[in-house]
Design a protein around this ligand. Sequence first.
Ligand code: DX5
Ligand code: ZN
Length: 219
Amino acid sequence: NKQVLVAPSLLAANFLELGREVDMLNRSEADWFHLDVMDGRFVPNISFGLPVIAQIKQKANKPCDVHLMIEEPEKYAADFKKAGADILTVHYEACIHLHRNIQQIKGLGMKAGVALNPHTPVRLLENVIRDIDVVLIMSVNPGFGGQSFIPQSYQKIQELRQLITATGAQTLIEVDGGVSPENAAQLVKAGADVLVAGSAVFAAPDPEKIIHTLRTSAQ
Ligand code: DX5
Ligand code: ZN
């Protein structure tokens, strides 16, 4: 049985205690830091950007997984590399030239991720799947933490697993939105490799324990 990875989303962290939150994640069993960047254009919310990520990177002892919910992500890929992104994920819906954007990200020395909004079918990736390191299945509409999980996401994960198997791609399946200890086991069973969790981790009295629970949920 493969180990599922856990990527806590710092969107739900206490920004006044960000250093303490990073220390907690460093100590915990978390695998990646998930960092949500929103531009107020692609999504109806604005979060944080380059200077915040650059400072987190100085303290973080795990890969930084940067989820860009922004228009024209190609304009900023080099800047996010400089800020410390190890995995850079762009939205399918924000990319006119997705293949080019994926090559750009990999050419800069990062892993390339592609995120799909809830309405975007998995099959639209069939001609690029072998070039993608991570597919991020959005299981809520992007823009906010704390929303409820959309159950149709299970089927999308299964379809993506089939596409990856059929094409021999090495792509990881990451799930983001409404992930909690209640649905973690079923997500892993459907084919998820990486679980993103914001409010489930940071609103818990003992975040490290929730991270452990998520990580061991399918064993
Ligand atoms: C939503 C972000 C998520 C968000 C998840 O647009 O991409 O990463 O932080 O938060 P929860 O886990 O609370 O749904
Ligand atoms: Zn995210």
